[in-house]
Design a protein around this ligand. Sequence first.
Ligand SMILES: [Zn+2]
Ligand SMILES: [Zn+2]
Length: 321
Amino acid sequence: MTDPGMKCSRCKEPARHRFRQHNARFCDPCLEIFFLRQVEKAIEKYAMLTPGQRVLVAVSGGKDSLALWQALIKLGYQAEGLHLKLELGDFSGVSLDSSREMARRLGSPLHVFALSDLAGCTVEEAARANRRQFCSVCGTLKRYYLNRLALELGAPAVATGHHLDDETGRLLGNLIHGHAHHLERQWPVLAEGPGLARKVKPLCRLGADEIRAYAKAHDLPVAQGSCRHSKGATLPYYQEAMRLLEQKMPGTKLDFYLGFLRAKAGPPAADAPDGVCVVCGAPTHVEVCGACRLVRRAFERRQRLAEEAAAAAAAGDEAQA
Ligand SMILES: [Zn+2]
Ligand SMILES: [Zn+2]
């Protein structure tokens, strides 16, 4: 990836990082300047945040969220972390440790919540009861609680570590399947509204390789490993297709994404559902919001299983008598 004797494009000192998409090579200090500038540019261009404002960073413990958190602090924002414990085995413990270590390094607050405490069921129970793809159930619940917690904590905005590879992968998938609604809503900022916190993606101009380089240069305490449920997700296929195009034609990802955003008249109108969920009061287009439906089915399944177990036990007792 890097050649010995390679020189930094900015300062001509020995370089450690090479980005073909920008035809640039950087030493660690110049990577820092480049990285922060890209985050700043995204924030300014799409009017994500106001200078120095308080923002809640969704911190998973992975390289993206840790790099985002650090960058926002360096750019002068009051960035606090929010970690949702998903309780999906060893990886979840490692993820929490990384998030805590990062909070310690930054001297910033980290709010920690367990999804099972909030929902009353685990992601696994919800996925099983709804017979839906694990990642999609996990994503719906995470988005829902992230929004709710941001409102409860009084944070005016939530920042997530979605980057250029996430956005271009999603964009490709949405175009291929003609998901008009998603294409309309795809934008690096989603405006706040009644019951809806503002959502921003300050890393949208940076690729996974640039974030990885930044995390390495700073030796960020990145959680190693991956979620054991991520196998069924489809996004990685679109990202792989984008990676191939990028490899053959450096700069394709950024062109694709920025070109898509430029072709739009402006940010999508704030989502304004016409009703509220009868269970939780969150804004929704239907009677019961998506998250409450997932959780309700998990409770129903739990009750059914308990009844079946009780019936089986009673039948066993009868047979013995
Ligand atoms: Zn340099
Ligand atoms: Zn609800």
